[in-house]
Design a protein around this ligand. Sequence first.
Ligand code: DC
Length: 218
Amino acid sequence: MGYNVAIDGPAGAGKSTIAKLVAKEKGYIYVDTGAMYRGLAVYFLDCGMKAEELDKIIEACKTAEVSIAYEKGMQQVYLNGKNITDRLRTEEVGNMASKTSAIPEVRAKLLELQRNLAAKEDVIMDGRDIGTNILPNADVKIYLTASVETRAKRRFDELTEKGISCDYDEIAKDIEDRDCRDMNRDIAPLKQAKDAHLVDSSDMTIEEVVAKIVGYCK
Ligand code: DC
């Protein structure tokens, strides 16, 4: 069994930024499970499906093969043998992933992939149900959150910096909708595991959050 750090929290809390830095400092492999849900979402979108078309999505799960590889230390997502990593980060794919991740067959498809990685390697794995469901015996569990306002502001600044025009209120609404879906679904909803350390990054710098989490690790 590898050394396992689970880091869960809502969209935009900074999980991937923080987890990558902790991984670098501690020599762990960073596993982004959201990217796996996004990989399946790309497949459903490419097939022209809507998230509400349950039967079609369940059927499509049988023909979609998501796998993970590490190239130059960066996680790559393959869908049926093709590298689709550069297609994962759009709002359309994120929303489709949030909706379809509530479907038990979709979650079942990715469960083994995630557990197998954690069994073999020292990992810091980020997602929504890692500490509660995927790795209930993780060595360290973190619930990383921040206020909706902070998360929306960070996203707004990130997009503006890239020259992408955007509306703060729309971003905040999107974050609230996503929180609501991720926290209220029947299967493996986002919640803090009983034995997780709560880290609220609203008033913390990236360096402070990393130091705090590294402090919990072996
Ligand atoms: O972390 P992210 O934004 O890339 O995740 C996209 C969606 O995938 C998220 O809204 C909910 C879902 N997800 C999940 O249900 N369980 C996980 N472990 C990771 C992501």
